[in-house]
Ligand binder design. Sequence first.
Ligand code: NAD
Length: 492
Amino acid sequence: MTTIPHFVRGQRVAADGSLPVFNPATGTLRSKVPVPDAAFVDDVVSSAREAWNSWRYSTLSQRTNILFGLRHLLVSHADEFAALITAEHGKTLADAHGELARGIENVEYACGLSEHLKGDFSSQVADGVDVHSVREPVGVVAAITPFNFPIMVPLWMAANALATGNAVILKPSERDPSVSVRLGELLSEAGLPAGVFSVLHGNASTVGQLLEHSGVDAVSFVGSTPVARHVFDTASASGKRVQALGGAKNHMVVLGDADLDVAADAAINAGFGSAGERCMAISVVVAVGGVADTLVEKIATRMDALRVGPGDQPGSDFGPLITAEHRDRVASFVHNAPTEGVTVVRDGTNLSSREGFFLGPCLLDNVRPGTTAYDSEIFGPVLGVARVEDYDEAVALINANPYGNGTAIFTRDGNAARRFARDVSVGMIGVNVPIPVPVASYSFGGWKDSLFGHAHMYGPEGIAFYTRAKVITTRWPQPSESQIDLGFPRTR
Ligand code: NAD
């Protein structure tokens, strides 16, 4: 049984493993991951602080070169990374390549750091007085990440945090932690000084120590809403800057004028891709007016063609869920649905008897507030359909939901789409785009219970989060005040 090492001071550090890491496609134990004691956490934080004291003074070109090098190495190791992600997470190789590509986008954005870190300058704000501003690194950043994007979310954080001169301690999900160690090794190969990026494995108690550690200055978190709220409250109370992204319940509104084949295809991809384990997955299709019956039929027909299988098997549309417990929890929403007046149109739960943590695609009709299938973040291959009379009812449904991560509208009407984008209390909106994850030059973040703190992740808000502003007001003695004759006119 292998144990996944930490990555500290630029090296793998072996430790006894205690938490299981499975291959979800076979249900077998792959390896174990350690949970460090408090002394080890202290040591990792002090190594990061020590490294930061030099890294903060690194030149912009030095950082840019390292990030360009990282990009090159990630591209050339893409197959290795995808295989590792699929083996521990279960998603298809195509999905694993896709998440790596979205992560690399953030490295590319960070490569523009000399532009992102430009300050302002105002000349002659008073006689002989100039003002300029700079943005300096915050210090040591704890990056705490979820299981569902084991390389993309660490890169959302690390690329911009390192570019802006911070040290990063990544605490990856304990369920698929291997790829973060390889990220550390590639950063070292690209020239990052030892200690500037560390991987510290562990569980809730490890995170708890980081949140209250005096050597940690900022916390970037992505995960479920209850944990995000706890992380935000605890780290804020310790005086740290925090951004904590939480869970989601994303609605896709289909208006009466939409192309229903396009909408059904989108619902399939956004509802079942990566087994629904995406924070931007569509969870509820909101059928407006008379489209519901036709739309449900089109979605159900397409579901019958989906192939569920190991992520490394050619032809699989989606793979297993992350653990047996999570698979059983997801199945329970489908089993309970009829007791709450929700119709099970397609039931994929019979796949749960297969080896591995598989669950087939499920479709629930007539979900609505007050049913557990609507009120909970299911995070699996279960798509709900909510039927509403009109546009206003669709918007009211979305705005009453406690989550506000992403949403989409399918329509041919530009005005309706434009109004929708303004009416909904949601952070990321798609118009005929079911998963509107912003490109790396914009920032990613939800509203309401999908984000605690004000700073969205990556892009310009990421640069702002990882830096603090300094404003310098300068006055040099006027030549007439100078004691020394410099040989230029004393008045100007
Ligand atoms: P999770 O909240 O269980 O775990 C996330 C991280 O927090 C892990 O590193 C874990 O070790 C740590 N953790 C778990 N319990 C903790 C506790 N009590 N105290 C401190 N730390 C704790 O999330 P997950 O199951 O790994 O990921 C799935 C969740 O993440 C879903 O809710 C999904 O919507 C959300 N997510 C959100 C986004 C977003 O951008 N908003 C992106 C990806 C995933």
